[in-house]
Write a protein that binds this ligand. Sequence first.
Ligand SMILES: C[S@@+](CC[C@H](N)C(=O)[O-])C[C@H]1O[C@@H](n2cnc3c(N)ncnc32)[C@H](O)[C@@H]1O
Length: 262
Amino acid sequence: MRQRTGRVYFIGAGPGDPQLLTLKGKRVLESADVIVYADSLVNSAICAFAREGAEIHGSASLSLREVSLIMVTAAREGKIVVRLHSGDSSVFGATLEQMAVLESEGIGYEVIPGVSSIFAAAAALKAELTIPDVSQTVIISRLEGRTPVPEKQRLSALAAHDATLVLYLSVGMIDQVVAELLAGGCSLDTAVAVVHRASWEDEKVIIGTLADIADKVRRAAVDKQALILVGKALDPELRCANGHKSKLYDEGFSHGRRKAKQ
Ligand SMILES: C[S@@+](CC[C@H](N)C(=O)[O-])C[C@H]1O[C@@H](n2cnc3c(N)ncnc32)[C@H](O)[C@@H]1O
């Protein structure tokens, strides 16, 4: 029997490859009556999981008011509503404002996590973002565009941490990214990788340094749907090196599940 008030599920659709949708996300999607999906980034192939007769809306051309109206109206009719966001909805997903509307309208909602593009990009690069002695910190950020970034979080300030930096929504301003990182103290030979459409069939990987990445990105004609990953952890030579090992698998290191070998 259908509930009297429906429910809204924010689901992370993953970075592009439909196989990267979680099993839980797929199960809820299959049961949805109404689906609103971010059609600028979410692979439309994921809509193939929708049941026959489900109502499907692309959100790229809709305003917050229009998206909210679809979700609230359907939930009030007792329907299951899925709001599909690219990657994981908590990262640059503009979900807070939608949740605020649902809260004020008294509509129940849940969040089902997804695979953010950061992880698809790391997989494409076969990179570990946290390497002992190299980087134990990952900073997710963006260059300021039309959306402001708080002063203390400017790229030039973040550069000082020497951490692994992952920049969303910034590849169209690659020259400014490079300039801010250099101003923040990064050297020209800092490793940089750009991954365009990670996990899609036409995925592109561009490897370079702060000295040449802007030219390489321009030559590859990549100006959107890409992540910029910066820092020593992205240095391709690390994979061949022998120096960076974890304690976890070190034979001389004891932990709760294993005694160190003498
Ligand atoms: C509005 S944000 C959404 C991010 C998303 N919530 C996530 O977790 O990946 C859009 C930005 O995410 C990045 N992005 C999304 N999907 C991508 C992919 N498959 N490959 C590379 N970057 C991607 C790009 O920087 C793009 O401009």
